[in-house]
Ligand binder design. Sequence first.
Ligand code: SF4
Length: 81
Amino acid sequence: MSEIDERTIAGLKIQIDRSLCVGFGDCVTEAPEGFQLDADDIAVFGEHLESVGCERLLRACEVCPVDALTVWDGDGKQLVP
Ligand code: SF4
C-alpha cells in the first residue's frame, strides 16, 4: 500500500500519511468506523468512513499526536492540523 492514502467524504479531503503514523490508535478510538490499524499497527481508512459525522471526523484527525492526518475543505483550505 502507498504511504499516502486519501479519501473525500462529505466535501472534506482526508489524507493519512502512513509514513508518519506511529500507531497509537487515537484516531481509531475517536472514530472506529473511519479508522483502523492494519497488521503493522499503521492507520488505514475503515470501511464506514462516510458514516462518521464531519465533527467527529475532524476531532479524530485533530487528536493525531504526529500530524499524520490532514484534512482540507472543499475550497482546498487546510483544516487539520
Ligand atoms: S492518531 Fe495518528 S499516529 Fe495514531 S494511529 Fe491514528 S494516524 Fe496513526
